[in-house]
Design a protein around this ligand. Structure first.
Ligand code: COA
Length: 377
């Protein structure tokens, strides 16, 4: 039997706090007009106090599971793509696994810059098709505001926070993720980077004084790379699926810059209306940008069962990736309130179970469990 990895759930989360171009005019030497014409961005969302990559991933994941109609315990695998994890370790995916109560899922993070979500989708789809798993949750989530230098106008205007997620499930019907393509060129690693905080330059007074814990970017060179790569990978992934550009129902590109997207559309000669953009509202949310756009497009009825959706991204590394997906399901109507309430109750229960596990671990460390086990015998 051929196994197809279908996208059966989708969801996104954008924090409520909005930072407009007018706000940025008050922070750095820039203008609304410059930002709009050079990037297409009007506003972006920022994580509030207490919000992190884990908390935003969780919101997006819960919505995706809701759409999929799956319980967290039915998940076999969780992949979270991020360059802004809560910690270097444990992995963001493990903390999300615990908070969801996805007790049977393997979980790991991956770092592939703004292409990360496509990397995660590709890995998950291949594992499902190969028979390793039945279901997978793939999340792209970023809290870029915490590594943005708010005094650097070249980068401060570009980035935002958020999370997007999809649930994949194996099916026998032909469709789902038809083809993927991944690539990298580390010779361009210096074009977009976070210089310090890793093993090469651990945090120190010097790295802080030199502002090395913030994004550094050679914008013009990244722009040139992206303008070339985006149409190239879009064309190639469609060909790998044995289809042509005329079959594409919707292109969901990485939401970095409207000029990059416009150039790709021109090169590919795609008809108007074939591209989904939302970067005017969110800016560049790195790994989160494609799954947020994908979820929004599906919720807005821009994607229908049978449609060919192509996602294509590029970013730090340098990396790139694309996926051609035959869409399987319509966006479902919201379930009745009582069912929503019951489903929401899963998460406090998951938190209680997690607390119990911690308690048992603590008791074990005190030797109490050994004593109790001895009593039982
Ligand atoms: N406001 C006003 N002026 C700004 C500015 C800002 N926020 N940022 C840069 N400028 C100025 C520059 O200082 C420069 O001034 P100068 O000509 O006096 O030296 C001028 O605008 C042009 O700068 P340049 O860097 O050539 O602009 P650009 O047209 O290349 O646009 C980016 C800059 C960053 C918008 C563009 O290069 C880009 O989008 N690159 C790709 C970035 C990206 O997508 N990164 C993520 C990849 S995942």
């Amino acid at each position: 039997m051929t196994r197809y990895a279908h996208v059966v759930g989708w969801g996104s989360y954008a924090p409520p706090q909005v930072l407009t171009n007018a706000d940025l005019e008050r922070m750095v030497d820039t203008s609304d007009e410059w930002i709009r014409t050079r990037t297409g961005i009007c506003e972006r969302r920022l994580a509030g106090e207490g919000e992190t990559t884990v908390s935003m991933s969780l919101q997006a994941a819960r919505r995706a599971l809701e759409v999929a109609g799956l319980r967290p315990a039915q998940l076999d695998l969780i992949i979270i793509s991020t360059v802004t994890p809560d910690h270097a370790f444990p992995a963001t995916a493990c903390l999300v696994q615990d908070a969801l109560g996805a007790s049977h899922a393997a979980a790991f993070d991956l770092s592939a810059g703004c292409s990360g979500f496509i990397y995660g989708l590709s890995i998950a789809a291949h594992l499902l098709s190969a028979g390793a798993y039945q279901t997978a949750l793939v999340v792209g989530a970023e809290t870029l505001s915490r590594i943005t230098d708010w005094s650097d106008r070249a980068t401060a205007v570009l980035f935002g926070d958020g999370a997007g997620a999809v649930v994949l499930e194996v099916g026998e019907n032909e469709g789902g993720v038809l083809s993927t393509l991944l690539g990298a060129d580390g010779s361009g690693g210096d074009l977009l980077r976070l210089p310090a905080g890793g093993s090469k330059a651990p945090p120190s007074h010097r790295t802080v004084a030199e502002r090395q814990h913030f994004i550094q970017m050679k914008g013009r060179e990244v722009f040139r790379f992206a303008v070339k790569k985006l149409p190239e990978i879009t064309r190639e992934v469609v060909e790998r699926a044995g289809l042509s550009l005329g079959d594409v129902s919707l292109l969901i590109p990485h939401q970095a810059n409207q000029r990059i997207i416009d150039a790709a559309v021109r090169t590919l000669d795609l008809p108007p209306g074939t591209v989904y953009t939302n970067l005017e509202r969110y800016g560049n949310t790195s790994s989160a940008s494609i799954p947020i756009a994908l979820s929004e497009a599906a919720e807005a009825g821009r994607i229908h069962p049978g449609d060919l959706v192509v996602c294509a991204g590029f970013g730090a590394g340098l990396t790139w990736g694309a996926a051609a997906i035959r869409w399987s399901r319509p966006h479902p109507a919201p379930p009745p309130r009582w069912l929503q309430f019951l489903r929401r109750m899963r998460y406090p229960l998951a938190a209680a179970r997690s607390a119990l596990r911690r308690l048992l671990r603590w008791l074990t460390s005190l030797g109490v469990r050994d004593y109790l086990d001895g009593e039982k015998r």
